[in-house]
Design a protein around this ligand. Structure first.
Ligand SMILES: CSC[C@@H](O)[C@@H](O)C(=O)COP(=O)(O)O
Length: 362
């Protein structure tokens, strides 16, 4: 059983094939950008931060053995291939932000007359490799901020949604853990942190149809951690919030717009509506690399539509009546008005404060 979604050392990249989990732990070798694009598009690796890291590292393994005749040629290679990788999946912004940062770096290195092409390549590789460590550090910080926010809110609300010794029950959706990131996780990092603090009474995870990231991947991580955890179907959330004294919902994000509207796995929006109805705080946990200040609202987010087969089949087995039409958006947009707080590595912000706070930080 492995929770390491990305194995990298200079010149070598492997990803844990998430289509096969939890039945099989099998790593797939990614030899370059073409492989990187395919494993992202087929969702063998998925989760917004992991997509960006694998995309950029796939370019690093391709560039590593190559000799470039000039810095201009290296810059063109970096720019062209990163823009291609962005096209593998459209909704999560992390790959686009990473690509823009690395293209800016390549332009600066190209203009810097004090370095040669070999040095430029080394600096590009180091910048790409730094993403792995940074993602884990960011996730740890998200976990700490998120756990504090949830526990503080429970205390402020008089502790009625707390269990024994102030511990809490939380609900999460999709998979936002070690498998979706370089390690630890975002929303699942918050859950992990509550667990590490001894404050996690129970975690509920949704099945997350149709790809079943909750049932296959989050459940796998929770069992591995030996956390008190229960799987529920997506259609059970209203009943769960009515019955189980859940203190908070915490989910991840694929793209957060400047006003706080958040694209995340399909089903997130309806959970937020149900949470509002039951007066349960609803948190989005995401690194700054998931926040897209360039778009004013969620109306500007492109929602990826996936093949019908993901709905009509479970593995090789057909479950839907042949001939039926399908609509399979992979994500939905939760309006900012339903979001209590956006948990980042730099603190927790109300959606209305987000743009000003992030602009100041950056
Ligand atoms: C830390 S992962 C955050 C999001 O990417 C996650 O919640 C999600 O929606 C994943 O969707 P997926 O289609 O599995 O890539």
């Amino acid at each position: 059983m492995s929770l390491q979604s990305i194995k990298y050392s200079r010149g070598s990249l492997e990803i844990l094939d998430q289509l096969l989990l939890p039945g099989q732990s099998k790593y797939v070798v990614v030899r370059g950008v073409e492989d990187g694009w395919k494993v992202i598009n087929k969702m063998q690796v998925r989760g917004a931060p992991a997509i960006a890291i694998v995309g950029c590292l796939s370019l690093a393994v391709e560039v590593n053995p190559e000799e470039f005749g000039s810095k201009k040629l290296l810059r063109q290679e970096i720019e062209g291939k990163l823009n291609y990788l962005v096209s593998a999946r459209p909704t999560a912004v992390n790959m686009k932000i990473a690509a823009d940062e690395l293209i800016t770096l390549a332009n600066e290195l190209d203009k810097n007359e004090t370095i040669d092409v070999a040095e430029m390549k080394q600096r590009f590789l180091s910048a790409t490799e730094a993403m792995l460590k940074k993602d884990i550090a960011d996730n740890r910080a998200i976990g700490a901020h998120g756990a504090n926010a949830i526990l503080q809110r429970v205390t402020e609300a008089g502790g009625s949604s707390a269990g024994s010794a102030g511990s809490v029950r939380v609900l999460t959706h999709c998979n936002t853990g070690s498998l979706a990131t370089a390690g630890f996780g975002t929303a699942l990092g918050v859950v992990r942190q509550l667990g590490e603090l001894g404050k996690l009474e129970h975690v509920y995870c949704t099945e997350t149809r149709p790809y079943n990231q909750g049932a296959r991947l989050t459940a796998y991580e929770l069992v591995h951690e030996k956390f008190p955890a229960t799987l529920v179907l997506d259609s059970m959330v209203a009943a769960l919030l009515r019955a189980k004294n859940v203190a908070a919902v915490v989910v991840g994000a694929d793209r957060v717009a400047a006003n706080g509207d958040t694209a995340n796995k399909i089903g997130t929006y309806q959970i937020a509506v149900v949470a509002k109805h039951h007066d349960v705080p609803f948190y989005v946990a995401a690194p700054l690399t998931s926040i897209d200040l360039a778009i004013p609202s969620g109306d500007h987010i492109i929602i990826e539509e996936r093949p019908d087969r993901e709905m009509t089949h479970v593995g090789e087995h057909r479950i839907a009546a042949p001939g039926i039409n399908c609509w399979n958006p992979a994500f939905d947009v939760t309006p900012a008005s339903l979001i209590t707080g956006i948990i980042t590595e730099r603190g927790v912000f109300k959606p209305v404060e987000l743009k000003a706070a992030i602009t100041k930080l950056l």
